[in-house]
Design a protein around this ligand. Sequence first.
Ligand SMILES: Nc1nc2c(ncn2[C@@H]2O[C@H](COP(=O)(O)OP(=O)(O)OP(=O)(O)O)[C@@H](O)[C@H]2O)c(=O)[nH]1
Ligand SMILES: [Mg+2]
Length: 211
Amino acid sequence: FLSIQKVPGTSCSTVQVQARLSKCFRALCCKGPPPPRPEYDLVCIGLSGSGKTSLLSQLCSESAENIVSTTGFSIKAVPFQNAILNVKELGGADNIRKYWSRYYQGSQGVIFVLDSASSEDDLETARNELHSALQHPQLCTLPFLILANHQDKPAARSVQEIKKYFELEPLARGKRWILKPCSLDDMEAVKDSFSLLINLLEERDFEPSRM
Ligand SMILES: Nc1nc2c(ncn2[C@@H]2O[C@H](COP(=O)(O)OP(=O)(O)OP(=O)(O)O)[C@@H](O)[C@H]2O)c(=O)[nH]1
Ligand SMILES: [Mg+2]
């Protein structure tokens, strides 16, 4: 039984005060399900063999062994503590790359994977593909995570060399992009890079470019 009275000095009745206290108590003590994590749709591109499937499989705690080249595309929901990334990997073989742009629609961010130890020819092809993606009308305003993969190999170029070779400073100026070195054997570094991408997707800590 509750009597309805005014609390002296306030405009609230005791019933209102009790209702508010009860709400606070529930919020503090009754743990409901955690709020849903935001989901983002991303596209993952890069030449064949750059390591897209391997990295995404590891992030999903799947084995990175016996992975075959992606024909067409493959979608994985990659879970992180504060977000779920629905990543659409597009196969990087020569005969598939020409269709990449058909699958860009709806993307909220881009992951570009490159083999830092590849031949000069392949590196040039990768640079041309990255330039096309950065300038594509459906991608040009989106955050980019560029992963300079295969850093475990002795022939791997450093991120500074790749940044210069890919002419990222002039091309990507004013865009939201991150360039990070990585390899399959250091997945913690890969996860850190994805956390930075999630920050960009959430528009937190915005700076025009990072390395
Ligand atoms: N040494 C080394 N090998 C790697 C690394 N990342 C991937 N690989 C290997 O590179 C090969 C190709 O990897 P995938 O993940 O299939 O490459 P992909 O980019 O998905 O290729 P497509 O699907 O054909 O476009 C596999 O044998 C991987 O084990 C890395 O960081 N270091
Ligand atoms: Mg693949």
